[in-house]
Design a protein around this ligand. Structure first.
Ligand SMILES: Nc1ncnc2c1ncn2[C@@H]1O[C@H](COP(=O)(O)OP(=O)(O)O)[C@@H](O)[C@H]1O
Ligand SMILES: [Mg+2]
Length: 335
């Protein structure tokens, strides 16, 4: 459909807001998020549960719950075209084809009453208008590509006949069917056995490299981000609070919240039976946000200014490290 334009980044999100009306008031699930992603790059998005990671992904895809509000100032440029303002008929050619998504629970994207091979071939027929025979052949090749043994036989099975790990591989095959330029993976391993989590992340990494896709990898675990992403954005209460190249982030984190997430990673060096550090306190009520820094009530470095005034997300160096904090961590305070 749309041809790549060298003038534009692949994805450029600017001041994106997703407002969800509830009985208690409006939840600012995504609050003025801006980010840029270039072809072939992997961006990790990390933060505690409820901080808006899934809503950000859904806002980019245009898959927010009914009645959600995306203000018209919000911009989601994909190859230079704003998806927020694009006609549905045009967007249908992009979503599921050029931008694909995999979810935490593969059953979200799989149809329980359709054979898995057919679920893939239908996507191919719909988007690429290939014949049924071609689609069937390609579906089996895709099942093989995502590491499903005896793909020929598995294609004739229903989702419930497969393990959780195999189901997630099928979901990945569906997402990859049309060769997307951007893949959004929303906690793709959270619902799986620990034993298969690494295998699925390895599979995603090798497919991403082979196809040179851009990928957004969403997780609540900073440990997943390490070594698997080029850059990482930390979200808190609907906002990005720190964003940097992944190695830079781990070397020199500036936002105390990033440090707190880091401290919550299990480590091999921990003595057996030591409890994981949980971050003290609760994230703020997303319907009634405080005027200052949203992390202030839980922050050990807070000063009166933090409670009065919200720090902006500022760039600190030419390498694009951004953070929002009045009293950032110094080198000596890094873990
Ligand atoms: N359908 C919905 N209606 C109203 N609020 C919602 C809905 N889904 C999620 N939320 C709220 O939006 C915020 C962000 O949620 P979400 O993006 O799912 O967080 P995460 O993926 O980081 O765990 C949370 O405060 C959550 O309670
Ligand atoms: Mg989520």
């Amino acid at each position: 459909m749309t041809s790549g334009d060298e003038m534009h980044p692949l994805l450029e999100v600017k001041d994106l807001q997703a407002l969800l009306p509830t009985r208690r008031g409006i939840v600012k699930a995504v609050d003025k998020v801006s980010l840029v992603l270039n072809p072939g790059r992997v961006l990790g998005i990390v933060g505690e549960s409820g901080c808006g990671k899934s809503m950000l992904a859904k806002a980019i895809m245009g898959l927010l719950p009914a009645r959600s509000i995306v203000p018209t100032e919000s911009i989601v440029n994909f190859q230079g075209q704003n998806l927020v303002r694009m006609k549905k008929t045009h967007k249908r050619h992009i979503i599921g084809r050029e931008i694909a998504m995999i979810f935490q629970d593969p059953m979200t994207s799989l149809n329980p009453v359709m054979k898995v091979g057919r679920q893939i071939s239908e996507v191919l027929c719909h988007h690429l208008k290939v014949s049924k025979q071609t689609a069937h052949r390609r579906a089996i090749a895709l099942l093989d590509l995502v590491g499903i043994p005896m793909a020929n036989r598995r294609a004739d099975q229903y989702p419930h006949q497969l393990s959780g790990g195999l189901r997630q591989r099928v979901a990945i095959a569906i997402a990859l069917a049309c060769g997307p330029k951007l893949l959004i993976a929303d906690e793709p391993t959270t619902a799986l056995d620990v034993t298969v989590q690494a295998a699925i992340l390895d599979l995603l990494a090798s497919l991403q490299q082979e196809k040179q896709m851009a990928m957004i990898l969403i997780t609540h675990d900073l440990g997943v981000v390490a070594g698997r992403t080029d850059e990482a954005a930390v979200m808190y209460a609907g906002k990005i609070v720190e964003h940097a190249a992944t190695n830079e982030l781990f070397k020199q984190m500036r936002m105390p919240y990033t440090h707190a997430l880091m401290a919550a990673i299990p480590r091999l060096v921990n003595r057996p039976h030591t409890r994981l550090l949980a971050i003290n306190g609760q994230p703020p009520d997303m319907v009634d946000l405080p005027p200052g820094c949203r992390f202030a009530s839980r922050c050990w470095k807070k000063q009166p200014l933090c409670i009065e005034s919200e720090p902006a997300l500022k760039r600190i160096n030419g390498r694009g490290h951004r953070f929002a904090c009045w009293y950032p961590l110094e080198s000596a305070e890094n873990p």
